[in-house]
Design a protein around this ligand. Structure first.
Ligand code: CTP
Length: 424
């Protein structure tokens, strides 16, 4: 398909490079039309190298080819990412004093817009009015997300991740071309974007035996890890799920797929052994399981009985379990992306992120997914709020939704990390 990618002058222009690459890799012809301002953020050679086509922002180049309208006429889809507040205003007014403006007026193809700006600018009545006008003309929007903005600001206005924009673009293309394959028509996730990758996920909570009938355990249901496994499989990955005491009703959510293998484990030691074996073939490792930090030093062969201890409560001697995640990071295979989880009991968001950052530094993972837990929060629930920190400790995403939605958001971040590493 022929895609015109309009890029306008915001810092998120650098992320549009990843978007262009996703389009090219999916087999589309990509013509990038940057505005003059966009070129201050990302230069022409980058766009030409990524799109493999000549790039200009001027209506005065290639005049014999009538380029100012030809690009729009030939397009199957026009994507504007990032779209600044100024761009939305220009689009609403129908201005055509640069190549992107003329292209947008000349096209009859669907148009997808990914806004990016500071929260105040996004919420301003003028911008919202422009958005309404554009929606009224059938223009599709993706985002903006809520999260870290330029400077110290954060809030709604952050451009959606390239993988999300890519997914929305694919579904628009599928709608326009009814013969497109079924798999392209799913709206909320880019199908097959994990094809070729093996994803190792741990889920549930380990149980450390005290005697044959008792154990030390935790309240992790395994729902989040199972949702990640299911989402990764739905997106084309080969999945190995290390299931630590996950209830059959929850485990059922991974479904019957030839591409998903479930390895049941009980204790931290079993989880460690399975993780070491399976890590060898994994491109992505996501440790969502709650691992007991300690196990009982001497497990009793027989059931502990009150009558044997003469009524004195027994004392359990504990020894520390290995840090499985840290071990995987230390012996990581080249190109492996490793993700940890941190469930913390905290007073507020600041403390949550602060603890998350400390854990991130200790573990050395590529991404850490942090969420708050408490007596009520976090466990057994269908929903979850996840903060995803990158290696530098920056919140790259805040996802509030069902466990499946947070799973997909986390996988989007994994893809973004892998894409950025390849490209930079
Ligand atoms: N983890 C692990 N092995 C352990 C403990 C934890 O692999 N022995 C992993 C978990 O699967 C999770 C991450 O490390 O991905 C963080 O788990 P958490 O229990 O929060 O970390 P701890 O290092 O145990 O930190 P603390 O108990 O001090 O909060």
């Amino acid at each position: 398909m022929n895609i015109v990618l309009g890029v306008t002058g915001g810092i998120a222009a650098y992320k549009a490079v990843l978007l262009a690459r996703l389009f090219v890799e999916a087999g589309h012809e990509v013509h990038v039309v940057p505005t003059a301002d966009a070129l201050r953020f990302v230069g022409l050679p980058t766009w030409e190298a990524i799109s493999r086509h000549p790039v200009t922002s001027s209506v005065h180049d290639d005049v014999p080819e009538v380029r100012h309208v030809a690009l729009g006429q030939r397009a199957d889809l026009v994507v504007v990412a990032p779209a600044t507040a100024n761009t939305l205003a220009r689009m609403a007014a129908g201005l055509a004093d640069d190549l992107l403006g003329t292209t947008l007026l000349a096209t009859t193809a669907p148009v997808l817009v990914a806004p990016a700006m500071h929260t105040e600018m996004w919420q301003h009545a003028a911008t919202q009015h422009n958005v309404e006008t554009l929606r009224g003309r059938g223009i599709a929007f993706v985002g903006p997300d809520s999260g870290r903005l330029t400077g110290d600001d954060s809030g709604p206005g952050r451009m959606s991740e390239p993988t999300q924009i890519f997914a929305a673009a694919q579904s628009l293309l599928a709608g326009r071309h009814p013969h497109a394959s079924e798999s392209q028509i799913i709206v909320d996730q880019p199908t097959s974007d994990l094809a070729g990758l093996t994803v190792l996920v741990s889920a549930g909570g380990t149980r450390e035996p005290i005697d044959p009938v008792r154990y030390l355990g935790n309240r992790s249901s395994g729902r989040q890890g199972v949702a990640i496994a299911a989402a990764a499989a739905a997106r084309g990955a080969q999945v190995v799920l290390l299931s630590a005491n996950v209830d059959a009703s929850v485990l059922g959510e991974v479904g019957e797929r030839s591409t998903t293998r479930v390895v049941p484990v009980g204790t931290a030691a079993e989880l460690e052994a399975a993780a070491r074996t399976e890590a060898a073939g994994a491109d992505v490792i996501i440790m969502a399981a709650a691992v007991a930090d300690y196990r009982v030093a001497e497990v009793s062969e027989g059931k502990l009985r009150k009558e044997d201890t003469g009524g004195t409560p027994p004392t359990l001697q504990l020894v520390e379990n290995p840090d499985i995640l840290r071990g995987l990071v230390v012996s990581r295979a080249p190109g492996q992306t490793i993700v940890g989880f941190a469930a913390e009991t905290v007073e507020g968001e600041d403390e949550l992120l602060e603890r998350g950052r400390r854990k991130l530094a200790r573990k050395g993972v590529d991404l850490l997914a942090v969420n708050a837990v408490g007596w009520i929060e976090g466990f057994e629930s269908a929903g979850n709020t996840l903060y995803i920190l990158d290696r530098t400790g920056e919140v790259v995403r805040r996802i509030n939704g069902t466990k499946r939605e947070t799973a997909d958001g986390l996988l989007d971040s994994v893809l973004a990390v892998r894409l950025a590493r390849d490209i930079l």
